[in-house]
Design a protein around this ligand. Structure first.
Ligand code: ATP
Ligand code: MG
Length: 189
């Protein structure tokens, strides 16, 4: 079983690469953003809580995210492997993920960092806002999300380096080349 963390700033291409990986390797995919958006759409209590944070460009509290993640994980396993997309986003979430997997005799096989410069991220997200109408894909909220990424999420790069699990992939340019680089990492595990 190969559990993978697909990591990167907002707009770095986590969802796009995850969909390609699901098609090629048959992995299951947990996108915490998609899980939260589905709850919002269904109008659940969790959805109402999540919306308040998302619309301000903030993260949902760790305890809540960790609880959601464990229950989604258990609903998908046993399987070939799970792609964690959008989780962890903080060091406490990374520690909780490690513990949750260890309790099940599982682990993270690799963390893949998708990197793209900020002007490219901004252009992609503004374009997605126009095409898909996501409420958080407007310039003001994007700037807040990028700031949150730098302060709360980017420290995970060093955290995963210390775990010996970090892999860097350049995530701009030709889509097929980016995917080939991601596959190279997975095939080397
Ligand atoms: P990408 O474009 O690379 O898929 P993204 O940052 O645009 O990434 P999502 O991953 O869909 O978007 O997340 C959207 C929002 O959901 C976040 O800004 C945050 O408010 C909330 N969220 C998602 N995952 C988490 C998490 N692990 N912890 C806390 N909040 C989260
Ligand atoms: Mg996404």
């Amino acid at each position: 079983m190969k559990n993978l963390v697909i990591f990167g700033a907002p707009g770095s291409g986590k969802g796009t690469q995850s969909d390609l990986l699901v098609a090629k390797y048959g992995f299951r995919h947990i996108s915490t953003g998609d899980v939260l958006r589905a709850e919002i759409k269904q109008g659940t209590e969790l959805g109402r809580t999540a919306q308040q944070f998302i619309d301000k460009g903030q993260l949902i509290p760790d305890e809540l995210m960790i609880e959601i993640l464990a229950s989604v994980y258990d609903s998908l396993c046993p399987c070939e492997g799970v792609i964690f997309d959008g989780f962890p986003r903080t060091i406490p979430q990374a520690e909780a993920l490690k513990k949750m997997l260890a309790e099940r005799g599982h682990s993270v096989a690799a963390m893949i960092e998708l990197y793209a410069p900020e002007d490219i991220l901004m252009a992609r997200l503004l374009n997605r806002g126009k095409e898909q109408g996501r409420s958080d894909d407007n310039e003001e909220t994007i700037n807040k999300r990028l700031a949150v990424y730098h302060t709360q999420t980017a420290p995970l790069i060093d955290w995963y380096k210390a775990e010996g699990l970090h892999h860097y992939v350049k995530s701009y340019g030709v889509l097929e080349e980016i995917f080939a680089d991601v596959c190279k990492v997975i095939d080397s595990l």
